[in-house]
Design a protein around this ligand. Structure first.
Ligand code: 13P
Ligand code: SF4
Length: 350
């Protein structure tokens, strides 16, 4: 648990973190990437943290891998690499720096550690979890294997290392359908996201996809009725949903894809108005690069992703905390499942 006051006092003793309009002005090129969504006053608050983090990154020979759900000041201000879960996992195999600071949730940091065991992998808040990762244990995988003997287990990366190690192969939202379709067996077990599994089942009708009953607390909140009403009241808006949404929500949408798939779609299509049926930071992060697109609400916040902030990133680099460790035997099993996914994705050109 964070003692915020202690952290703030210690940071203030080492860095000049007072709001700084002059520094904000000096860093106007960075601000230009987020000025549609961050006010000048807020940028004057963020700029000293962004400057301190970027300087400390060099000193520590560290890189920041940030998920697409990070807030704009993290995404544009301090991240070295941004992406969806698959892109971040692939990047973790290529990092040359000594330290990876994972700006995202715990399973993402664990995946980086599994793929880069010799690096120091830090997460700015150890409590940044995920409702999907919490929904299943390795015993749940064993239970599914007992229910469907001989069926391969395709496990979403949003899981712990133990769960990955108990699975045959991993998948992310950007390769799930292709991975399931590449399995030799007719029946394929997908864990732990029931909605991703049901969406994949529709796309891969030749397979009998069976699933675990987990769900994402951000995406399960959307309903098909909400989307129909929204479309009626806001004609001409492009509705774009993440595949962690229930299948009737995805069916109402114009496009569904991983977080990077969504960014690619909006960037290429440039709809006049777009509703991103996913986490709120997605629209904020691409708003300035797409001035012709009007991003309209509503959106939902992931409370876990939002635990990562500039001040916690600075603290993480300052104190080299919190290091993510994975038991080597578990990591070896998990690495096999993740590496199989990466190899298959690359072979399939994803
Ligand atoms: P992506 O792999 O699409 O980035 O999804 C990760 C995630 O946690 C979405 O909720
Ligand atoms: Fe997990 Fe959902 Fe948050 Fe993604 S958005 S980290 S799936 S709780």
């Amino acid at each position: 648990m964070f003692d915020l006051q202690t952290m703030r006092d210690q940071l203030a003793a080492h860095y000049d973190l007072a709001p700084n309009p002059a520094l904000a002005q000096e860093m106007s090129e960075t601000y230009a990437t987020m000025q549609r969504v961050i006010t000048p006053m807020d940028w004057a608050i963020h700029a000293p943290y962004v400057a301190a983090i970027n300087a400390l990154k060099k000193e520590r020979n560290a890189v920041i891998l940030a998920h697409n759900y990070m807030t704009p000041e993290i995404y544009h201000g301090v991240a070295d690499v941004v992406g969806d879960s698959l892109q971040l996992a692939i990047e973790a195999t290529r990092v040359e720096a000594d330290v990876i600071v994972q700006c995202g949730v715990h399973f993402m940091a664990e995946t980086s550690k599994i793929l880069s065991p010799d690096k120091i992998v830090l997460i700015p808040d150890l409590e940044a979890g995920c409702s999907l990762a919490e929904s299943i244990t390795a015993e749940g995988i064993a239970e599914m294997r007992r229910r469907y003997p001989g069926a391969p287990v395709v496990t979403y990366v949003n899981t712990t290392a133990e769960v990955k190690a108990a699975s045959d192969i991993c998948c992310t939202s950007s390769n799930a359908a292709q991975i399931v379709s590449a399995m030799e067996s007719d029946t394929v077990i997908m864990t732990p996201d029931q909605y991703l599994a049901q969406n994949v089942a529709k796309d891969v009708p030749q397979k009998n996809v069976v699933w675990w009953e987990g769900s994402c607390i951000v995406h399960e909140q959307y309903s098909a009725k909400d989307l129909r009403e929204f479309r009626e009241w806001n004609p001409g808006t492009r509705l774009i949903a993440h595949p962690e949404c229930p299948p009737d929500v995805v069916a109402e949408a114009d496009f569904s894809g991983s977080t990077s798939g969504i960014i690619k779609y909006v960037t290429e299509e440039k709809p006049e108005k777009a509703l991103l049926i996913t986490e709120c930071s997605m629209a904020s992060n691409i708003s300035d690069s797409l001035p012709e697109v009007d991003f309209v609400g509503p959106c939902n916040m992931c409370p876990y992703m939002k635990m990562i902030s500039l001040e916690k990133i600075l603290w993480s680099l300052h104190t080299m905390s919190e290091p993510v460790e994975v038991d080597p035997a578990v990591a070896a099993g998990a690495r096999q499942a993740v590496q199989k996914m990466i190899d298959l994705s690359q072979k399939l050109g994803i």
